[in-house]
Design a binder for this molecule. Structure first.
Ligand code: C2E
Ligand code: MG
Ligand code: MG
Ligand code: MG
Length: 292
């Protein structure tokens, strides 16, 4: 059966193995090869000011350039990478690629904004994260104020003192810390206060519930007030509609990110966005005249 699969391909078929497990073993091996062959690229999604739409940051998101299947999103491989520990290597590659890209934009004289990098809890367990950041900042001549770190609410809490100590040391470099997917974990107010993070990113699940009159707006508002009291800025993730944007403007949310503003784009598309004053899609004046 292995031969029938084709030349140069190794089949994992063994009687008794479930399809799911085979699929998983196949993925694991493919992922190992992908790391060796450096098949990862970063795409970037803008973050803009809620009121004026000015670019104020962007998030680096990893993609796997699969030789046969094309560009794969993280949902296809991050879980396997986490389970096998390969996320450590992928995560290091992500940091180096992103900082190298910032330096390319910088050298081109572009008005670069801070770029946030997602890190997994496993990247803290060997204490390599801070030294890697420092090494990349030196090598590529990029300042700390252009780099931000995103860590999910749930992985931060699971990590305990090991993680919070390293986060504090990274923050001392001048790198801002963002809490990702806020609202999906169970952090308490006192934990939030103790951790000293700079930005709270409210999960897409909350944003998607926003509308003119909705109990979700009340909850969202409470989070904004709390974050501001703790001296954090608030970002709404997953903003897809004008209605959501309008609600967020009323709720005092500082920044927004989502398909309404821009999908994640290739690095080559960012310079044009960096030079625009406002990233909101243009309102069609004609339509407004008709309805008003
Ligand atoms: P995340 O950090 O919460 O990233 C936001 C995700 O939401 C991205 O998915 C983005 O494309 C998507 N998104 C943004 N705006 C919208 C919207 O308006 N509507 C909808 N439906 N989705 C939107 P993506 O790129 O597929 O990444 C998924 C997750 O994978 C990320 O969630 C993050 O947890 C993880 N991830 C991505 N890149 C990395 C990485 O370099 N390292 C690590 N450890 N995890 C990563
Ligand atoms: Mg993120
Ligand atoms: Mg998020
Ligand atoms: Mg999310």
């Amino acid at each position: 059966a292995a031969k029938a699969e084709g030349k140069g391909r190794f089949s994992f078929y063994q009687p008794g193995l479930s399809d799911k497990l085979m699929n998983r073993l196949g993925k694991e091996q493919a992922l190992r090869r992908a790391i060796a062959q450096d098949e990862f690229i970063m795409v970037y999604q803008p973050r803009v000011e809620t009121m004026g739409g000015a670019l104020c940051g962007m998030e680096a998101l990893v993609r796997w350039m699969h030789p046969e299947r094309g560009l794969l999103p993280p949902e296809e491989f991050i879980q396997v990478a986490e389970d096998t520990g390969m996320i450590r290597e992928i995560g290091s590659a992500v940091i180096e690629k992103t900082i190298a890209q910032i330096s390319v934009w910088q050298d081109a004289g572009l008005p670069v904004v801070p770029v946030s990098i997602n890190v997994s809890a496993l990247q803290f367990d060997e204490g390599h994260l801070r030294p890697l950041l420092v090494a990349c900042m030196r090598r590529y001549r990029v300042n700390a104020d252009l780099i931000e770190i995103e860590i999910t609410e749930s992985s931060m809490l699971g990590g305990g003192d090991l993680v919070s100590g390293q986060l504090a040391a990274i923050r001392e470099l001048g790198i801002k810390l963002l809490i990702d997917d806020f609202g999906t974990g169970y952090s308490s107010l006192s934990q939030l206060q103790r951790l000293e993070m700079d930005v709270l990113k409210i999960d897409r699940a909350f944003t998607s519930q926003l509308r003119k009159e909705s109990s979700a707006n009340v909850l969202f508002n409470a989070i904004v007030v709390m974050a501001h009291a703790l001296d954090m800025r608030v970002v709404a993730e997953g903003v897809e509609t004008l209605e959501q944007l309008r609600a967020l403007q009323l709720l005092g949310c500082d920044e927004v990110q989502g398909f309404y503003v821009s999908r994640p784009v290739a690095a080559s598309e960012m310079p044009a966005l960096m030079q625009r004053e406002c990233l909101f899609p243009p309102q069609r004046a004609g339509l407004r005249l008709v309805s008003g």
